[in-house]
Structure formats: C-alpha cells, structure tokens
Ligand binder design. Structure first.
Ligand code: PLP
Length: 385
C-alpha cells in the first residue's frame, strides 16, 4: 500500500502526521494535557476565533489528538477523521448527523447491541425516527426495506457475533443513486483488511477500543469520511454533545497504531489456525469465521476483505451447562466483553432468558499469546465436556 509520499503502510504509521521538530525532536509526541491554549494578546485570539483549525480549547482541537486522527484518516483512505470518547460516541454522533424527526433508517439486524438499542428505542421514542432491521444474506433485503423517507443505511460487515458479510459496493451504489447516506462499523476488519470508503460507503466508524488501540487500555471511537461530513459532525454532534477524547487516550492510540500491522497479522494467523482446529473437532457444530471456505459468504468476504481479524464464534454440540463448563475451564482465554486486545478472550452470550442465541454459541477473541498454547487450552477444555 503506497500513498502520495510513496511510503508503505508500516512506514506511514510510524511517521505520518508527526512534526517532531515542533517538539524538540522527541520521537514520541507529547501529550498536550491541557484544557486550553493561551494567546499573546486579544488580536491573536480574535484571529484564532476566525481561523479554522486553531487550538483554543481541548473540547475542540488538541495537537496530540490531531496526530492520531491524521494517521487513522490516512489508514482508512478518508479525507478526515474525528476521534470520540468511545465507539458508541462515534456511532451515535454519525447517525444523528444524517437524520431528522420523521426520517427512516435501514439497519442490519445483527449490528452491535447498543447500536440497535439507540436506533430502536432512543431515536424511535424521542425523535420519531424509525428503523427497519433487515437480515443479511442478500443486498435485496436492504433495497426492499428502503422507504420514501429513508435517509440512512447503517451497516456492520462482518458483524461481531455471527460474522455475516454484506455486499458493500452494491449497497453503496444503490444508496448513492437514491441519495441515502451510508455508515459502516468497520471495527472487525480494521482499515487494514477492509476499505469501505473506497467501495462508496460515506462514513466509517470504529470502536478504537478494539484493534486500533489493541492493548485493552483505552475506550475510544472514531468516524472517518470526507472533509465536509466530518466537519459537519465535528461542529454539531461532537462539539455540542461534548464527546471529545482525552489527549492521553489519543496518545495511547498512537502507540497502538505503530504496531497495528504486525499485531493484525498475528491475530489473523492464530485465529485461522484455531478456527480450522475447531472446525475439525467433533464437539463443534459450526465455526463462524469469514476466512473459512465453509462460511456462507466466503467468496464475497474474499473479494471484499484483504484479511481476517482474530474474532470469531463457534457453536458447541452442548447444552448451556456443558458450554459453561468449557468456558470456565479455559486458562488463557479470559472471560470478558470487548475484543481486539493482546489478550485472548471468551464469552458465551447464552444466559437464562436470552433466547436469541444458541446455548452452545461461544465467541473468542484470539490474542497474541502463543497459538500452540491457545490450541492446547481449547483442547483440554473440550475434553471436559
Ligand atoms: C462491533 C462493535 N461496534 C461498536 C462497539 C462500541 O464501541 P465502544 O465500546 O468503544 O463504545 C463495540 C464494542 O464492544 C463493538 O463490538
């Protein structure tokens, strides 16, 4: 991957957006841990008020945050990026930017749970903005759900529990033709493995808490799009709702980004090995991983993705008691929500009263531990059920 400066991905991540001689040559940029910026006189601050891009107050712009935003925008192939205090901050701000009372949204049924809640409960009840939730599988499902008042199509592909894949180029082309905006949550693939903007999607959002930061020590989000869209989101939803990221967290994201390509390669290689191991295990019914030829949308995934990350799920041939025994006996896969960090994680989302998922459904986030250790861990726990 090359850009105008003819630097490859890894080199860009190391150096792009940094202006080290502004900071005494420090190889790592400072954390501008300041709420405000001061001026020599009133004339200087007046000039700053009327000059876009001036540093005034950290709820607006902050130099440490801007370095991270520049790198992420470049990585995603967008003109501009805006960091938020969480993935949900980026998601809700981006959605709000495209809707008004009475509008209609089309969204995939299997997008991230709190996003569904925001669409189905919050927007519907407070603002009479309705959402039709559709099944993945075929682009026609999206097209059939569009109404006269549809202003937004909200997508996630692959999704993060059952890993469904949508045809992004087809949906984007249709949406553009009908002047409907499109947003995609690209957290699973990361900009390394999927470039939705190049396929015609308008806005990409990420939970930066996952692979982009990668060390399980940050909660953050980002939206990437054209200058026009990001400036609109920045002026309205970002600034007015106060969803700014802390400079320290932006700095931690910069640290994460420097190793993103090597981390993703390892997550991907290990996940593929474990997915293949599980697929061939007699106690596993199915493995949901877009990188496996058995995935129902394998060919589409192969065409659309440049790689596969480390999060997948599988269904054990087991009831809830046995499934929990399996999960509880894993040593290296820690039980917890979230994913995309250095540590392997496991979660069984079936619990009493939740009939939405099969009892045997287990999701794993494959971390950076030695893959043979991880395989042996799965193996010993499978022997116990
Ligand atoms: C697919 C997906 N999107 C968005 C989010 C929300 O991000 P955050 O937790 O940073 O608000 C998550 C978090 O788990 C997620 O899994």
């Amino acid at each position: 991957m090359k850009n105008n400066n003819d630097m490859a991905l890894e080199t860009m991540l190391a150096h792009y957006g940094e202006d080290r001689f502004n900071y005494h040559g420090s190889v790592i940029p400072p954390i501008f841990q300041t709420s405000l910026f001061t001026f020599e006189n009133m004339e200087a601050i007046s000039r700053a008020f009327s000059t876009p891009g001036s540093y005034l107050y950290t709820r607006g712009l902050n130099p440490t945050v801007e370095i991270a935003e520049k790198k992420i925008a470049w990585l995603e192939g967008g003109e501009k990026a805006k960091l938020f205090s969480s993935g949900m901050g980026a998601i809700t701000a981006s959605i709000l930017n495209f809707v008004q009372t009475g509008d209609h949204i089309v969204a995939l049924k299997t997008v991230y749970g709190p996003t569904i809640k925001f669409l189905a409960d919050y927007l519907a009840k407070k603002f009479n903005i309705t959402t039709t939730f559709i099944d993945a599988g075929h682009t026609d499902n999206v097209l059939a759900a569009v109404q006269k008042n549809t202003t937004l199509i909200y997508l996630e592909s692959p999704t993060s529990l059952v890993f469904e894949v949508l045809n992004l180029a087809e949906i984007a082309a249709f949406a553009r033709q009908h002047q409907i905006a499109t947003i995609i949550d690209n957290s699973w693939a990361t900009p390394l493995y999927q470039k939705p903007l190049a396929m015609g999607i308008d806005v990409v959002v990420h939970s930066v808490s996952k692979y982009l930061s990668g060390h399980s020590d940050v909660v953050a989000g980002v939206a990437i799009a054209s200058n026009k869209i990001i400036e609109a989101i920045f002026e309205a939803e970002h600034a007015l709702l106060g969803a700014k990221i802390a400079p320290l967290e932006a700095w931690l994201i910069l640290r994460g980004l420097r190793t993103l390509p090597v981390r993703m390669k390892q997550h991907s290689d290990s996940a593929m090995q474990l997915a293949l191991y599980l697929e061939n295990h007699p106690k596993v019914k199915v493995v949901n991983y877009p990188g496996l030829p058995s995935h129902p949308q394998y060919l589409l995934a192969k065409q659309q993705l440049q790689g596969y990350s480390g999060l997948f799920s599988f269904i054990l041939d087991a009831d809830l008691t046995k499934t929990r025994r399996f999960v509880d006996n894993l040593k290296y896969f820690k039980i917890g929500v979230s994913w995309g960090g250095f540590e392997s994680l496991v979660l069984n989302l079936a619990y009493d009263g939740n009939n939405n998922v099969p009892a045997g459904l287990v999701r794993v986030s494959v971390g950076l531990e030695n893959v043979e250790d991880l395989k042996a861990d799965l193996d010993q726990a499978l022997k116990l059920i």
